[in-house]
Write a protein of this length. Structure first.
Length: 271
């Protein structure tokens, strides 16, 4: 069974996420259609994970299993000709028959872009936060999230998850121009976890949440106790979130975060 590793970038604004759904336009649905129209007899198309509606990807990875062999570069070119302009296949590479995009991944890397000023050109790719943000407070809060914790407080429908324990390997804050970049790396993420972490970090940066309360949220998740702060009420919008990279054994190390769009510092705090 011919198996291939696909790397795909997309703007998620117009889609109901990655996963195929009935009566909804999705990235995987568009990709499967384009591959079929390009002559591929698709048996299976599975992504490394499900991105939510409106979330973007710089390098989503999927495995593709076909009934018959194809020339990868010819298929990539033909599929791109049939895809809408907000989805693009970066690479199609031959892979081992047992390669599985989700199960074989060792880490997922997400990037979130918070803009500290209103921007006309990048609005689909940022979350504009009007309140002044203290990046150092955000870093302090992020540091308390790193490590192995129960992230039930940061998850939608935690009771439906096999486990809400996640090892958050990296939670980094960088500033570039008017942007605050939030980089999150973990083996996996729970539903809406990344966006709720970002919303919580923004509340800390705005002075509305003491970074020390992060530990209360995490211990509250373990004990079932409620805290005065609910991450669900501060879920960051999907517009600023990017699946930046999926890591597999033997891949090169993750590089420092870089902005996807440029928002200059000039007039950053004007409305």
């Amino acid at each position: 069974m011919p198996t291939f590793r696909l790397t795909v970038e997309y703007e998620g604004t117009r889609y109901r996420g990655w996963q195929e759904q009935r009566n909804a336009r999705t990235v995987a649905g568009e990709l499967k259609r384009a591959l079929g129209e390009a002559g591929a007899d698709v048996l299976e198309l599975v992504g490394s994970g499900r991105t939510d509606a409106g979330v973007h990807a710089l390098a989503q990875v999927a495995h593709l299993r076909l009934r018959s062999p194809v020339e990868p570069e010819a298929l990539r070119s033909a599929a791109n000709d049939r895809l809408p302009p907000d989805i693009h296949v970066l690479a199609i590479e031959r892979a081992a028959e047992r390669f599985h995009a989700r199960h074989d991944a060792t880490a997922r890397c997400y990037l979130y872009q918070v803009s500290r000023r209103r921007t006309a050109l990048a609005k689909r790719f940022v979350w504009w936060v009007k309140r002044p943000l203290d990046a150092d407070l955000m870093r302090e809060a992020a540091g308390r999230l790193r490590g192995r914790h129960d992230f039930a407080s940061f998850c939608e429908r935690p009771s439906e998850q096999p486990s809400t324990i996640v090892v958050l390997e990296e939670a980094a804050i960088e500033t570039v121009g008017a942007l605050v970049l939030v980089r999150l790396v973990a083996s996996h993420f729970l539903w809406k976890m990344a966006r709720r972490i970002v919303g919580t970090l923004v509340e800390a940066g705005a002075g509305r949440l003491d970074p020390r309360e992060i530990e209360d949220l995490l211990s509250g998740a373990r004990s079932g106790a409620r805290t005065g702060f609910e991450p669900a009420r501060h879920t960051a919008p999907p517009s600023g979130l990017f699946l930046e990279r999926v890591v597999y054994p033997g891949d090169p190390p993750i590089q420092p975060p870089r902005p996807v769009v440029h928002v200059p510092e000039d007039d950053a705090h004007r409305g």
